[in-house]
Design a protein around this ligand. Structure first.
Ligand code: RET
Length: 244
């Protein structure tokens, strides 16, 4: 496939922006820990892990993109999928921890969510790397991956709804916002996956996929982590905890 230099640059710059965002978010989550009560710090630590893992993977993705353009080496999608395999379960852990549910509830919910997240990503990967996207199997993998996807959204929608009821007014608003951010950003991934089905030339499809996933990742990791921080901060204040 032939990419023009401007197509190559657009993706290259998008990866570069993503690395910068992940590194900045890493510093922020690390430093923001002193702003929240000790029991919520674990959520910020996990947010920091997520963006740290992503910064590394985007660095490798960028290198692979250079090799793909200049040397004709295959572009390695595995970095992205391995990144998701590690970070998606961690994003679920952050959220569940900041909800402050009982230990029993956490213990019953987390394994189900983590297994479903791993299944969603593992089932999407074979479809993503298919060279011929007109093959039926591309839709079969996409559909199989969507089953755990909807399961996760359904569980979280319910749990966040229940958690909202027990929170003070402004904390409930934050829960509502993170629920919307979660649905909007996670819902973006299967749409990007389906871009090859819309048609268009091979070059612009690759560009669309890489730019789309990068934007989604910034919002779903860094943006979402900032929302987790706002919730942790608001709950710390509601618990009567003061900074410093
Ligand atoms: C795939 C394959 C097609 C069907 C579906 C998918 C869903 C992917 C999602 C990924 C979320 C990633 C996140 C990363 C942030 O760090 C695998 C594209 C449903 C929801 C949140």
């Amino acid at each position: 496939m032939e990419l023009t230099f401007s197509e190559y640059s657009l993706v290259y710059n998008m990866f570069s922006l993503t690395i910068a965002s992940m590194l900045a978010a890493f510093v922020f989550f690390y430093m923001a820990q002193s702003q929240v009560a000790p029991k919520y710090r674990i959520s910020l630590i996990v947010s920091g892990l997520v963006v740290g893992i992503a910064a590394y993977h985007y660095f490798r993705i960028l290198q692979s993109w250079e090799g793909f353009y200049y040397e004709g080496a295959p572009f390695n999608d595995a970095y992205r999928y391995v990144d998701w395999l590690l970070t998606v379960p961690l994003l679920l852990v952050e959220l569940i921890l900041v909800l402050g549910l009982s230990k029993e509830k956490n213990a019953s919910m987390l394994p189900k969510l983590v297994i479903a997240a791993a299944a969603m990503i593992a089932l999407g990967y074979p479809g993503e790397i298919m060279a011929d996207k007109s093959d039926m199997m591309y839709y079969v993998w996409g559909t199989l991956s969507s089953i755990p996807f909807f399961y996760i959204l359904w569980i979280l929608w319910g749990e966040l709804g229940k958690a909202m009821e027990d929170q003070a007014g402004h904390v409930a608003v934050l829960f509502r916002n993170i629920r919307l951010l979660l649905i909007a950003t996670w819902g973006f991934y299967p749409i990007v996956y389906l871009l090859p089905a819309i048609g268009g030339d091979a070059g612009s499809t690759v560009v669309g996929i890489q730019v789309g996933y990068s934007i989604a990742d910034i919002l779903a990791k860094a943006g979402y982590g900032v929302m987790i921080y706002s919730i942790a901060r608001a709950k710390s204040e509601a618990d009567g905890w003061k900074v410093g």
